[in-house]
Design a binder for this molecule. Sequence first.
Ligand SMILES: *Cc1c(COP(=O)(O)O)cnc(C)c1O
Length: 410
Amino acid sequence: MIARAAAEELDRTDPLAGFTDRFVRPPGADRIYLNGNSLGPLPVVTVQRMASAIRDEWGYEQSDGWGRWLNISERVGDLLGRAALGAGPGQVVLGDSTSVQLYKAASMALDARPAAEAIVVDRGEFPTDRYVLEGLAASRGVELRYLDCDPLLGPQPEDIARSVASGDVALVCVSLVGYRSAAVADLGEITQLARHAGAFTLWDLSHAVGAIEMSLDGAGVDLAVGCTYKHLNGGPGAPAFLYVRREIQAGLRQPIQGWFGSRDLFTMGPTYEPADGVRRFLAGTPPVLALVAVEAALELLAEAGISRVQTRSRALTGLAIDLSDAWLAPRGVELGTPRDPARRGGHVALRHPHAETLCRRLHDAGVVADFRRPDVIRVGPALLATRFVEVWDAFDRLRRLATEPAVHPH
Ligand SMILES: *Cc1c(COP(=O)(O)O)cnc(C)c1O
């Protein structure tokens, strides 16, 4: 039995407790938001920063604002690298969606390995990644080689080793945190395995960034992409990022030869020549207002510190797992997430034959989580905003619902 007082105690001793008041909550609602892994909540500071960017910069400075906007993609990229990716400056840009960044990165890798014949991806990978790679493989005439991985643990080094053993692979694309199970893949080991086989690695960090600590530079990662609207709290449709390791930048050319990636933006020369450095991976004008929101949220993350956020994430998801074991396991709910805290990201998957009904009733009871076909409810605390007692209250509502006849399997 886990008493509510135990969750209250976790809130009292939480070194990041102060951050929970720095997010907007819907007025008057007795609503518990556990969908932070899908759309992070709005930081209060973002409201002010965006209002100021719109009125003071766009409104009053008008086109003079380009003095500060021109490099916003690289500036926010450096901040993201420092605050969340373990990446030194000059390796990260933002803009476009994750799907487009993924296409650019995968396309460059194929160009750099013209003799290779395959791309490797997990069959359980997030749909947009599989779809983008499927299209790219078809247009380049290379094989898309699917991995069949353990659904709970995700891609393991052995899976990757087998898939690249033939030596004909250009690119291995893996999520660091699985969108369904929240399983964490081995960043360093998979990267090294692929490299030894002559393949690039392309990491999708969408569910990992802002939830777990990582060092892209330390692990020797080649390419990475990810979105900023999940655990990074950048807002709906916030621009995605692309990381390209400094040592390989000069050898790569991205497929969209836009003027923002050219050597001199204002020369307006007759032909395209890529810029030196990370700017060559930009295409067109950056989404300035959206990047202001990402920057504000990243400053908040930097203040909290990713290491402390990771600790808090493990404690929040750990409480969710303990409550699930105590209350929901006897009612037919199975854990779909690794128990080892070092092996899971910022959300917890609960499996139940009537997950869809349960998730809908949970929403009616004021708890926002999400359902993933066929049988998973994903519970994703907002890692800086959700209080421990909210997790307790949400599971308390869930345990009552799981007892109702329509969802009880017996
Ligand atoms: C959320 C997510 C995306 C989102 O792609 P968009 O193009 O930004 O919509 C891509 N890949 C993974 C693994 C995700 O979790």
